[in-house]
Design a protein around this ligand. Structure first.
Ligand code: CA
Length: 223
């Protein structure tokens, strides 16, 4: 899942970025409001974390402009204690949640998880394809009940595949949601990671779950 953080306080922004990356998210950080808005339009992010007070364009203006563009990406607003009255405005303008600074990083991570769990809540945050199970809350992956240890990137890739089963996922789609803006699209990194995943998930098993769609990309499905 790829997150855009728009926050002009470098220390806070870097802290959030690092914490999210340790949870396997791909993160782009932007310190300028107008530039952040452009990034939100250019990339299909899974979540936006937006500070209210920003240079060149306020968080509230970004939120309104994003919703005007019919972008439904969940938005988590960061507010200072003194801006609490802005919360209601923010929620009215289409924010999905807000967090008051200073906040505990665990709370931010919990809210991010909750926002990204939307749509899979009916299964209690469990993604399952055949005997492959991924728990979004604990980030534990099992196949036939056996625990599978994954690196952060392998996990992020598998989560993306499992959220979009039975669909052809092209390399540009995968890179857009699993890697951040530093990703070099001219490498074969995606194929390398898919192979790592195959080794851990499909190797030695009769039923393969990760399928190569020749000329297009990959698909996760049970048959
Ligand atoms: Ca600020």
């Amino acid at each position: 899942m790829r997150v855009l953080v728009i926050e002009d306080e470098t220390k806070v922004g870097c802290f959030i970025k690092r914490a999210l990356e340790e949870e396997s998210y791909a993160v782009d950080l932007c310190e300028d409001g107008a530039k952040g808005f452009e990034m939100a339009l250019a990339t299909n992010y899974d979540l936006l974390v937006v500070d209210l007070m920003l240079p060149s364009m306020s968080g509230m203006d970004i939120l309104r402009a994003v919703r005007r563009e019919r972008i439904q990406t969940p938005v988590l607003i960061l507010t200072a204690q003194s801006q609490i009255d802005q919360r209601v405005k923010g929620l009215d303008a289409g924010a999905d949640d807000y967090l008051t600074k200073p906040f505990a990083i665990d709370e931010l991570l919990a809210r991010v998880r909750a926002l990204l769990r939307r749509g899979v809540t009916e299964s209690f945050g469990i993604l399952q394809v055949d005997d492959l199970v991924l728990n979004l809350a604990t980030r534990e992956v099992t196949r036939s009940g056996q625990r599978i240890d994954l690196t952060l990137k392998e996990y992020a890739l598998l989560e993306y595949l499992m959220r979009h089963t039975r669909r052809v996922l092209t390399r540009p789609m995968i890179s857009e949601h699993v890697w951040n803006q530093d990703f070099d699209t001219f490498t074969n990194v995606i194929d390398v990671y898919v192979n790592y995943l195959r080794n851990k998930i499909d190797r030695g098993r009769t039923k393969k779950l990760i399928h190569t769609i020749r000329g297009s990309g990959y698909m996760l499905k049970a048959d």
